[in-house]
Design a protein around this ligand. Sequence first.
Ligand code: FES
Length: 168
Amino acid sequence: MGDASKAGHEPKIIAFACEYCSYTAADLAGSMRLAYPASVRIVKVPCTGRADAIMILKALEEGADAVFVSGCQPGDCHFLKGNARAKAMVPGVKRMLAEIGLHPDRVEFFHVAASQAQRWVEVVEEMTSRARRLGPNPLRTGGGPEYGPAAGSGGGEGDRPAEKGSAS
Ligand code: FES
């Protein structure tokens, strides 16, 4: 994907946000009038344990440039292990993306507590930055593979999925 096709690209990002924490943080960010990119569409889920790989892949198939799941801090999940399960699911989704030629950085998991409005802003900025760097989702634009041997990247070390944010 050439840089020209990325220029002026306003990404579409889907966030699966737990209603007990991250969704509330997003609401708080709005109440505090914190500025952040308007690129994100929030899907409220009762717990991130309800966000499965199919939902993430479906969002990408329908044209999202990036998808993230945002849940309660470790130990704070109202359903005990929903956040841990969601966090553990995301690396598998990244591997699936790599296999079909999509960059694994298009998907991520974050912990954002209800009081962490500023953290929510940072997460949205991080995913927006990634989506801008990667450019439009080739599934939407009809482009070819952007990752792996077929894309010419070779899947080398420099193309490994970003670890940043996955453990935060
Ligand atoms: Fe928030 Fe489970 S209740 S991630």
